[in-house]
Write a protein that binds this ligand. Structure first.
Ligand code: ADP
Ligand code: ZN
Ligand code: ZN
Length: 735
C-alpha cells in the first residue's frame, strides 16, 4: 500500500518527539524509508533537516501539508526501536531529544564529500616488478572489495602484498595502516584458548545463568590478569553460534583498539569492527553501512559505540566497568554508556556482562544482592599477586632523594633495571608542582578564570590551568606584594621525571600524561614502545594503570599514593582504591614475580590498606557501610543541579530560589525524606572559566518516582537568561 504522507522529526531543539506530516512526492515513493534524513520546508525557517519516522495516509482536515523537498541520503540511519532508545535517553538525562539525536547519529555521515567508501586503492608503481604488476592488475579487477583472500584469489603470499604496500602500490587508510595492514588480509583465525579450571567453572556458570533466566546485568569480578577476556571470548563464541551479534565496550580508545586486535585474531577481520569518536568519517560511514547490512558480528568501541545501530544484539560486554570514562561529562547529555547499555540490552532482550577487577561499588552491591555476581579469584596460571608494601614518608623523607624518592624505591628500581626488567612509576598529578605560593605574603597563584591554583609546567615553561587551559608565564614578582619570593610547592609528575632521570642517567625513561599527547595515537605508540622493551621506566598519570599486559614489568612505584584519596568527593576513596589496585595489577603478569611500593604521608587510610592487600571485599565492606550511613549510592541516586553565571550574587540567589521551591514542593508531597534536597552550596571548584558555580544535590531514594518528580519540576521551571542550569543525573563527581 502506498502512503501519501511521511511523519518526520525536525532537527530543531525543544520540540521533543513531536512529528510533522509532509506529502511524499511521487518520485520519492519507492525509495523513502524510515530513518532517512530529508529536507523539509518548516515555517519561516525555510528548508531544514528532518528524519522520517513513520507514514500515514490521512491527515486531519485543518492541516495543509507541504511537500518533502529532498531525501538527503537514502541510508537508513536508524529504526524505530533505536528512536525509542534515544527517547529514553533524553528522558532519563533530562535533556532535549534533538540534542540526543544529534549526538547519537553522526550526521556528518551525510556529507558525501567526506566519504571514502573504498579503503584500498591500487596504484601502479614504476618500482613494481612485472609479476607484482600482474598481481596489481588482478587486484584492480577484483575491484573495491576490502577483503581478498590473497592465497586463493590472487595466488600470492602476504609477503608480496606487504612489499607492494611498502612500494606504495596499495594504499590503505591511515587507520588501517595503524591497525597493522597485514591483519587486514589475515583471513585465518586462531582457536580460542583452553580455559583454566577456574575460568571454565565461571564460564559455565555464566552461560547457564544466561540460558536460565534474564536477570541482568551479570557482574564478572576477576582479579587483574585472571583472564576475564578469555571468558568473554567463549561467551562471544556462543552468541555468534546462535546467530546473534555482540557489542563490546572498553572505557577508552586505546583499550578499544587493543581489544579489537585481540578480537580480530580470534573471530576474523570481516566480522569485527571498531567504533569510537575519533575514527575517520570514511571508516565510520563504512561501518555504519556494514551494520545496516548486518555484516558486523562484533562491534568493539568506546562509550559512543553504545549508540551505533548494531542489530540483533545477543550479548553486551562492558569491560573495566568501573571506569569513569563511560560517562560523558560535557556537553549534555551527560550520559553513562553503562546505563544506556543496560537499557539497550533490555530492548534486545539480551544479556549484559560487566567486568572489572575493581567493580564500581554500586555494580557490586546490585550483583551481590541479585545473584548475578561471578568471581575469578586467582590469576591465570596461578601467578602470584605482587608483593605490596607501604612506605611511610614521614619516616623516610629525610633519607629520600631530594625528599621525594625513598631509598627503598631507589634500590628496587636499580635492582629491577639490573635484571633488564621494567618499571612503572605512577604520579597522578600533571605538571611540575601542585601550586605556587609567595613565601613572603602567602598568596597562591590562581587562574584568573577559575578558583583553583595555576600549575607550573616546566617542560613548556608556563603555568597552566587544568580546568580552562589558561596559560601564563612566571611573573617577575608576586602580584600581591611585589616581592620575588614565589615558590613552586608540591609534587607533580614533571618533577618526579627530572629526579628519576638524575638518579638513573643511563636508563631509557619516558613520561606518559595528557601533556605529552600532542600527536594523535601518541599514547598508543608510547605504550607499544614500552611493550617492546624500548623503555625501561615509564612514568605516568592514571593512564599507565590501565590495560597494560607486559610480563616484563616487575616493579610499580606510586609517588603520593594518598593524592587521590584527598578530594572532597564521596567517591574519592573508591577512585583511589581502584587506581592503586589497577596499577598494582600491571606487575608480575608473566613468569617473574613483582613488587609494588606505595609512598605516602597518610599510611593509615583504610582504602590504602585494602589496596595494599589487593583485597576488594575488604574495601567493599568498609565502603558500603559508609555509603549506607550517608545515603549515598547505591542507597540513593543523585541528581546534581549546577548553576553558573558571570555574576556570583545572581548565581547564588538563583540557586537558593530553586532549592527553596523544590524543598517546598517535596514538603507538600510529604516526601522530603525520600527526595532529599541538599544545598545550595558553592561548588568545590567555585569558579571555572570565569563562571561562578553553585550546586544543589538531590538524593533520590524512590527511584523512578523521584526521577519523574524532578524531571517534571525542571520542565516547568525557568531560570533567568544569564544563568546556566546544567542537570547531571548520576554524577560521577561532585566537585
Ligand atoms: P584480565 O582481563 O582478567 O586482566 P586477560 O584476559 O588479559 O586478563 O589475561 C591475562 C593474560 O593471561 C593474557 O595475556 C591472556 O592471554 C592470558 N590468558 C588468560 N587466560 C588464558 C588461557 N586460558 N590460556 C592461555 N592464556 C591465557
Ligand atoms: Zn607576595
Ligand atoms: Zn582556569
Amino acid at each position: 500500500m502506498e502512503n501519501k504522507y511521511a511523519l518526520v522529526l525536525v532537527n530543531i531543539k525543544g520540540l521533543g518527539v513531536k512529528t510533522f506530516s509532509y506529502i511524499i512526492p511521487d518520485d520519492m515513493k519507492d525509495i523513502i524509508q524510515i530513518g532517512q534524513a530529508v529536507l523539509v520546508p518548516f515555517g519561516r525557517q525555510g528548508l531544514i533537516q528532518a528524519f522520517v519516522v513513520g507514514f500515514s495516509n490521512y491527515l486531519p482536515e485543518e492541516i495543509k501539508a507541504k511537500k518533502i523537498n529532498k531525501i538527503i541520503d537514502t541510508t537508513q540511519l536508524f529504526n524505530l526501536e533505536y528512536l525509542k532508545l534515544l527517547e529514553w535517553v533524553a528522558n532519563y538525562y533530562m535533556t532535549d531529544f534533538v540534542t540526543v539525536l544529534n549526538m547519537a547519529i553522526p550526521l556528518k555521515l551525510l556529507d558525501k564529500s567526506s566519504r571514502t567508501e573504498d579503503y584500498i586503492e591500487f596504484v601502479s608503481s614504476e618500482k613494481a616488478t612485472k609479476r607484482q604488476k600482474e598481481i596489481l592488475d588482478i587486484l584492480k579487477e577484483k575491484g573495491k572489495t576490502k577483503l581478498i583472500d590473497f592465497e586463493k584469489e590472487v595466488k600470492t603470499t602476504r609477503t608480496t602484498i606487504k612489499k607492494l604496500i611498502d612500494l606504495g602500490c596499495i594504499k590503505l587508510t591511515t587507520d588501517e595502516i595503524y591497525r597493522n595492514p597485514l591483519q587486514i588480509f589475515e583471513q585465518k583465525v586462531e582457536p580460542l584458548y583452553e580455559l583454566s579450571g577456574e575460568q571454565k567453572e565461571v564460564y559455565v556458570k555464566i552461560r547457564d545463568k544466561i540460558n536460565s533466566d534474564n536477570k541482568f546485568p551479570i557482574l564478572l569480578h576477576g582479579v587483574t590478569a585472571s583472564g576475564k577476556t578469555e571468558v568473554y571470548f567463549k561467551l562471544i563464541k556462543n552468541t555468534l553460534d546462535k546467530g546473534k551479534n555482540v557489542l563490546f565496550l572498553a572505557p577508552e580508545i586505546a583499550l578499544a583498539s587493543q581489544l579489537t586486535k585481540r578480537l580480530t585474531k580470534k573471530f576474523g577481520i570481516n566480522e569485527v569492527a571498531i567504533w569510537h569518536s575519533s575514527i575517520s568519517e570514511g571508516e565510520r560511514y563504512d561501518v555504519w553501512q556494514k551494520i545496516n547490512r548486518n555484516e558486523i558480528r562484533i562491534l568493539a568501541g568506546a562509550r559512543s559505540a553504545v549508540f551505533a545501530p548494531l542489530k540483533n544484539i545477543g550479548l553486551i560486554i562492558i569491560d573495566e566497568e568501573h571506569e569513569s570514562a563511560y560517562k560523558q561529562n560535557n556537553p549534555a547529555p551527560r550520559y553513562d554508556a553503562k546505563v544506556i547499555a543496560e537499557k539497550l540490552a533490555e530492548f534486545h532482550n539480551s544479556p549484559i556482562i560487566l567486568g572489572s577487577a575493581t567493580p564500581d561499588i554500586v555494580s557490586y552491591y546490585k550483583a551481590k544482592n541479585s545473584g548475578t555476581l561471578f568471581e575469578l579469584m586467582h590469576r591465570f596460571n596461578n601467578v602470584p599477586m605482587a608483593k605490596t608494601s607501604i612506605i611511610n614518608m614521614q619516616e623516610h623523607k629525610r633519607s629520600a632523594y631530594k625528599g621525594t624518592i625513598s631509598k627503598i624505591l631507589e634500590t628496587e628500581i636499580k635492582e629491577t633495571l639490573e635484571k633488564n626488567q621494567q618499571v612503572i612509576i605512577l604520579v597522578n598529578r600533571r605538571g611540575f608542582s601542585t601550586f605556587t605560593q609567595c613565601q613572603s605574603c602567602g598568596t597562591v597563584l590562581e587562574c584568573p578564570n577559575c578558583a583553583i591554583p595555576m600549575v607550573w609546567h616546566t617542560d613548556e615553561q608556563v603555568f597552566k590551568c587544568h580546568y580552562c587551559g589558561q596559560k601564563m608565564s612566571f611573573p617577575d614578582e608576586c602580584p600581591e606584594c611585589g616581592s620575588n619570593a614565589l615558590h613552586n610547592t608540591g609534587l607533580g609528575i614533571q618533577k618526579v621525571e627530572i629526579l628519576i632521570k638524575e638518579m638513573f642517567p643511563d636508563a631509557r625513561i619516558a613520561r606518559l600524561d595528557s601533556d605529552v599527547l600532542i600527536r594523535k595515537n601518541e599514547h598508543i605508540k608510547l605504550l607499544e614502545k614500552f611493550q617492546e622493551k624500548e623503555i625501561d621506566i615509564l612514568i605516568g598519570t592514571q593512564m599507565v594503570a590501565k590495560g597494560l599486559d607486559n610480563p616484563n614489568v616487575t616493579l610499580v612505584g606510586v609517588i603520593s599514593a594518598d593524592a587521590s584519596f584527598n578530594l572532597p568527593d564521596f567517591r574519592a576513596p573508591e577512585r583511589g582504591f581502584q587506581l592503586l589496585t589497577q596499577v598494582a595489577g600491571r606487575v608480575g603478569r608473566g613468569e617473574f614475580t613483582g613488587k609494588v611500593l606505595f609512598q605516602t604521608y597518610n599510611p593509615e587510610f583504610y582504602a590504602l590498606e585494602s589496596a595494599k592487600e589487593q583485597d576488594y571485599s575488604d574495601f567493599y565492606k568498609t565502603e558500603i557501610t559508609a555509603r549506607e550511613d550517608f545515603d549515598y549510592p547505591p542507597f540513593s541516586k543523585i541528581i546534581r543541579l549546577i548553576l553558573s553565571a558571570d555574576n556570583q550574587f545572581r548565581t547564588e540567589k538563583s540557586a537558593m530560589e530553586i532549592a527553596l521551591r523544590l524543598r517546598t514542593l517535596v514538603d507538600k508531597f510529604g516526601i522530603k525524606e525520600k527526595l532529599e534536597v541538599l544545598g545550595p552550596t558553592e561548588c568545590v571548584i567555585g569558579r571555572i572559566n570565569g563562571k561562578y558555580r553553585y550546586q544543589i544535590l538531590i538524593k533520590n531514594k524512590i527511584e523512578a518516582k523521584g526521577h519523574a518528580f524532578i524531571s517534571k519540576f525542571l520542565a516547568q521551571m525557568t531560570v533567568p537568561k544569564d544563568i546556566k542550569l546544567a542537570v547531571d543525573v548520576d554524577p560521577l563527581d561532585i566537585l
